[in-house]
Design a protein around this ligand. Structure first.
Ligand code: ZN
Length: 233
């Protein structure tokens, strides 16, 4: 479809159906909120996929049209099939971009691509998070100021058991004193993985315009590379 970047937003889609507090923030699911702001940003062709669909919505045909896959999961990581994890891993190695959000740090696909435990510290206390931009020239933080401040988020703290990132773009400080590598890029084969921390299900972070800006920027940056790797499809 011309120069549009093909994006698939994948969500486990459990909290929104089972918890009224989450449904109040994301009535159609986190995936639809993310798909919505990506469509409004333009230049993308956006689809969604969820855990309960056949093959979790991530068939070979869907991945063949996906330049960037966005991943949100939390309580059902172990329900994602081995076959789909391997299929997504192979797509990344061929050049697909992967954006792993928040609790996706512990998804099977992220752990597979990192090769480490991906454990971290955490605390649910609706604390202020300040995500400091540590690489202001990076395209992923284009248009941002010195930091993004989120009034209420879950805390994630170091040590975060990941390999040293190829690029470190954002570092978070939390009200309770912890710090965390909250925006990290990893090269895997011809593809790239961007881990971005915010997005606890009972907080409003995907409605924050600066968080949206980071995700839109990441899709454009990862997607441009993915398209050229595949011959500009
Ligand atoms: Zn969370």
């Amino acid at each position: 479809m011309g120069s549009e970047i093909g994006v698939t937003v994948w969500n486990e889609f459990r909290h929104e159906r089972e918890d009224e507090r989450v449904r109040a923030i994301y009535p159609d699911g986190i995936h639809e909120t993310i798909a919505g702001f990506l469509r409004r940003a333009g230049g993308v062709r956006v689809g969604t996929a969820t855990l309960s669909e056949p093959e979790h919505g991530l068939t070979e045909a869907v991945l063949a049209e996906t330049d960037v896959l966005i991943w949100w999961g939390h309580r059902a990581h172990e329900e994602v099939s081995e076959e789909v994890v391997t299929r997504v891993q192979e797509a990344v190695l061929r050049g697909m971009g992967l954006v792993v959000l928040h609790s996706g740090h512990y998804s099977r696909i992220f752990r597979r691509l990192m090769g480490t435990s991906c454990t971290l510290k955490w605390r649910e206390a609706d604390e202020t998070e300040r995500l400091w931009v540590v690489d202001p020239a990076h395209p992923i933080v284009s248009g941002l100021g010195e930091y993004i401040e989120l009034p209420e988020e879950e805390m994630y703290g170091e040590p975060f058991d990941i390999p040293p990132p190829d690029e470190l773009i954002l570092v978070s400080w939390f009200e309770g004193g912890e710090v965390f590598r909250s925006g990290c890029v990893f090269k895997r084969g011809r593809g790239r993985v961007f881990y971005f921390r915010p997005g606890h299900e009972t907080n409003r972070s995907y409605h924050n315009p600066e968080v949206q800006r980071v995700i839109v920027n990441a899709v454009r940056w990862l997607g441009g590379d993915a398209r050229s790797e595949r011959g500009g499809r």
